[in-house]
Write a protein that binds this ligand. Structure first.
Ligand code: GLA
Length: 374
């Protein structure tokens, strides 16, 4: 079964957009291994939009742009596989992709077969230029079936930006992850808006099909295609913590060949990855959520453990009050939490009834907790 836990990897779009080529993708695959990201589970190297020629070949097949990819896609897939990684590509449910390259509407079978022949392991399937009179969910049913008919196991990454209440039907369509919002930008407002829009929908994420809150902007520092102001390291920390807590797919969007030590340490934090990949794959619930941006999420993990994430999404420093009554722990139970800080390793014991967490603007705290006698 694919996607027992949220899929992890890297995608070219956030940083590179149309500036993609064989050498850069090969260097990225090398860097995934050399930085240790691959060993931690980031396994898919995905080429997004702008990889093909503007027209199909005479045989009706998609053709890789020979200037960008002089040896073709099979060669690149073989290289990515030789590194122990998996290879992902991109198409779209409409007549043209978002960047107006040929797409797979009513070409599902031939395109799925082309991807399978090239050795593709992952297909991101976008939603631009879908004819208005074509049914959205049906486009995903069709491509899902075409991928299965190709004879190759291909992870199906749907990207319809949350249209048609996607969370209600996309798992049934055979998809393994699904974009649930419009595109992320490299600034804190975008991160905050996406996270808050998805919290009440995370219960739809289950083994086999996970919410994809969009590619990470961690480590972009206002460079690249989705730069819109940038973030600082505290904001990237909160971004990654939210995506891990919410069991989102984790697709890195920065240039992994040139990460700062802070970015590498964040994306490789083993406690956060273990949280994201928790085998029970349960959704968190919000038990503090105020209009001014105070948020606390609580999540049941495997082995009777819990995760507590406290987020100050507001623009000024706060003391966030977490009332444990609201997660199921009442004062008369004689229990409290022993909590390990997932960033510092420090162990904290709480009161039986509450925890008050001082947080700078845009900062967060994340704990792995177990119940102990008070
Ligand atoms: C859409 C998607 C993005 C990216 C671009 C490519 O906007 O949501 O993630 O794939 O198209 O053109």
């Amino acid at each position: 079964m694919l996607a027992k836990t949220p899929p992890m990897g890297w995608n070219s779009w956030n940083t590179f957009a149309q500036n993609i080529n064989e050498e850069m993708i090969m260097q990225t695959a090398d860097a995934m291994v050399e930085t240790g990201l691959a060993a931690l589970g980031y396994e898919y190297v995905v080429i997004d939009d702008c990889w093909s020629l503007r027209d199909r070949g005479e045989d009706g097949r998609l053709v890789a742009d020979p200037e960008k990819f002089p040896h073709g896609m099979k060669y690149l897939a073989d290289y990515v596989h030789s590194k122990g990684l998996k290879f992902g590509m991109y198409s779209c449910a409409g007549t043209r992709t978002c960047a107006e390259y040929p797409a797979s509407f009513e070409k599902e079978m031939i395109d799925a077969q082309t991807f399978a022949d090239w050795g593709v392991d992952f297909l991101k399937y976008d939603f631009c230029n879908k004819p208005v009179h074509a049914n959205g969910p049906l486009c995903y049913y069709r491509m899902s079936m075409a991928l299965k008919a190709s004879g190759r196991e291909i992870l199906f990454s749907a990207c319809n930006w949350g249209a048609d209440n996607v969370e209600r039907w996309i798992r049934s369509a055979g998809s393994h992850m699904y974009r649930s919002t419009g595109d992320i930008h490299d600034n804190f407002q975008s991160i905050k808006d996406i996270a808050l829009s998805q919290i009440d929908k995370l219960g739809y994420s289950t083994p086999g099909c996970f919410n994809d809150m969009d590619m990470l902007v961690c480590g972009m520092y206002n460079k690249g295609n989705v730069a819109r102001g940038g973030c600082d390291d505290t904001e990237y920390k909160t971004h990654f913590a939210l995506w891990c807590m919410c069991a989102s797919a984790l697709m890195i969007g920065c240039d992994v060949r040139n990460m700062t030590p802070e970015t590498a340490a964040l994306l490789k934090n083993p406690e956060l990855i273990a949280l994201n990949q928790d085998p029970e794959a349960r959704a968190p619930f919000a038990f503090v959520r105020t209009d001014d941006g105070q948020l606390a999420l609580f999540r049941h993990l495997a082995n009777n453990e819990y995760a507590l994430g406290i987020f100050n999404l507001s623009d000024r420093d706060r003391n966030i009050f977490c009332n444990f009554y609201d997660v199921g722990l009442s004062n008369n139970m004689g229990l409290c939490f022993e909590m390990k800080d997932m960033f510092t390793g420090e162990v904290v014991r709480t009161n039986t009834d509450y925890y008050r967490c001082p947080l700078k603007a845009h900062d967060c705290a994340l704990y792995r907790a177990k119940l102990v006698k008070a």
